[in-house]
Ligand binder design. Sequence first.
Ligand code: PLP
Length: 409
Amino acid sequence: MDSLRSGWVGTGPKVQRFEGMIRDYVGAGECRCVSSCTAALILALRVLGIGQGDEVLVPAMTFVASANAVEHAGATPVLVDAVPGTDLIDLDAAEAAITSRTRAIIPVHLAGRPVEMDRLNALRDRHGLLVVEDAAHAIGAEWRGRRVGAFGNVAAFSFYVTKNISTIEGGALVTEDVEVAARVERLALHGLSVGAWQRFSDVGFRHYEVVEPGYKYNMTDVQAAIGLHQLPRLDGWIDRRAELWDRYDELLAGLPIRTPSPPEPGTRHARHLYQVLVEADAPLTRDQLLDGLTARRIGTGVHYRGVHLHPFYRDTYGLVGRPARSNAGASRSRTKASKSSCESDRLMIRRPASVGPAIRSRPPAGGLFSRSSAASIAASCSAPTPGATDITTTDMVVLPEFGKSGAAV
Ligand SMILES: Cc1ncc(COP(=O)(O)O)c(C=O)c1O
């Protein structure tokens, strides 16, 4: 309300305050807020000089924004398999996929589980790679006492409605590099030399110049105002999510499903999603389970369909049930691809007051790509999501206390 009453609702002082708050919370040198995590990823790649002819390693098991950003940069996303159990990018497979054209890697802290940062940064240093961490799910996650985003790489956070904290739409990029941050800020607002807040100050109008053609990816003060009130509560919400995680573990034990592996010692999982795999010999398929949940008025969604299964990626790179290293060196021209034999879809079950389990296909021993059947399925659940507005209101059939938590948010 303060922002609305102030008369300044666009990009201005609240965004600056929110950036400072995120920077201090994460322990990074610089932070710039933008309109989404996708925007942050696109800007990061642009500023780091990734472009045509470059390859970027991306996990196949992620939301497509991670790979789309690479496409927007004009580079080639090279999809890398996941480690069964954590479902995080397989760093050995990533290393095996490196070619002379590989410039960067986009590790995803999937579901809020931090990637092994010492191994990741060692890989970075061994091969001279740039790292853009997709931390869309992971604000508040820690690895060996440091927060995700504070490991010397560029990292991108999401504040979309379903995330642990939300500005309805929004994202942030953190970096140690002052120049990178300054350029991201400029590119997020058309490439103007001065933003509106600086142009229309009380001391008079300042002229701007276009230094380079940018985008319209700025965050508004109204969005930042929401974030300023959410971030201080994040740690408490993550703790509550951890309690709900334990409760899910308890209540789902004994079912023909695989619940998520516990967080690795020395880490803090941000508990964005609670993922459950339905066993291959379970008495129902994933979609039957979804239908059953829908019939009980529990809304569902897929989190995530493997990137290689989406028609654009499948057809552009000729991906068909790919092994760990997939499309590196593949022609970008479209090739005819038969229907993939593997399924890596995930379902998000939307629960009342911002709570949602999700379901996904079960990775086999050899990884997500080597599945031979779509019959084995997985479910995953997300903990409560403050600020979420698109969650179906339904009965709390299984875990009613999730509603209470959500209501408290
Ligand atoms: C792994 C991952 N990366 C990137 C994004 C993009 O975030 P945004 O919606 O803020 O652009 C999402 C969104 O859900 C995501 O799950």
